[in-house]
Ligand binder design. Structure first.
Ligand code: ATP
Ligand code: MG
Length: 212
């Protein structure tokens, strides 16, 4: 049995065509089904539906053989025990630093001010500001980061931005680009060896179906 870990929403939607290219079709839609284990047309392949940030953990421990996870999530997780053979080029966005319109980020940085940073991406933020030599207090949030600077919880947020619409709607502006983000295929290293004959053709099919 090959178990593939996916999260609901955009990753699931954008992974479907890649699975199809490997001859794998889900028999149910996770958006309408409440099941967390989904059968596929292939009796030897099943999908499990997990929280986006939990995908690397399932694959790391071998509970899933394969998964699809954003680079944002992989950077926080650290990637231990994971083979990352493919950038699937899906769920693309950017990791950015953003502030309230009117907050002078450049001069705060220039003056060596200590910045309060609210984010779900604590490790990414820590690395980014350490590399710049900026001192920060990191405040861990689990969502709605855009709110933090508006009500004075933080000076700055580190968050994913795609169109910029959410920032704009909340009177925020992006001031620094940290990284381009897309989702990667992750494979359990032991599973890749033990189930190589089944997994390798899947990887080849995924690789052939990635849009540039
Ligand atoms: P939850 O909403 O359950 O807290 P999540 O926010 O991590 O989890 P999604 O919003 O579905 O889940 O994001 C899943 C992945 O999709 C992220 O890890 C990231 O790689 C990518 N992603 C997030 N936001 C965007 C976006 N606006 N545009 C494109 N890709 C995105
Ligand atoms: Mg989300």
């Amino acid at each position: 049995m090959i178990t593939i870990a996916l999260s609901k929403g955009r990753i699931f939607e954008e992974t479907l065509p890649l699975l199809k290219a490997a001859g794998i079709v889900a028999l149910e839609d996770p958006e309408s089904s409440r099941k967390l284990i989904l059968a596929t047309n292939r009796p030897d392949v099943r999908l499990i539906i997990v929280r986006a940030s939990d995908v690397p953990t399932y694959v790391q421990y071998g509970a899933a053989d394969i998964g699809v996870a954003g680079k944002d999530v992989l950077n926080e997780h650290g990637g231990i025990g994971l083979y990352q053979p493919l950038d699937l080029n899906i769920a693309r966005c950017r990791m950015m630093v953003a502030v309230r319109n009117g907050f002078d980020y450049e001069s705060a940085v220039r003056q060596g001010a200590r910045l309060r940073v609210a984010t779900k991406y604590v490790e990414t933020a820590r690395e980014h500001f350490a590399a710049k030599g900026v001192h920060v207090d990191l405040i861990k949030l689990y969502g709605s980061m855009e709110l933090a600077p508006l009500i004075g919880l933080s000076d700055v947020i580190v968050d994913l931005v795609s169109s910029g619409g959410t920032l704009k709607a909340n009177d925020l502006k992006a001031v620094e680009h940290i990284a381009d983000i897309s989702s990667r295929l992750v494979v359990n290293q032991a599973a890749l060896k033990l189930k190589h004959r089944v997994i390798q053709p899947m990887l080849d099919a995924f690789a052939g179906a990635i849009s540039k």
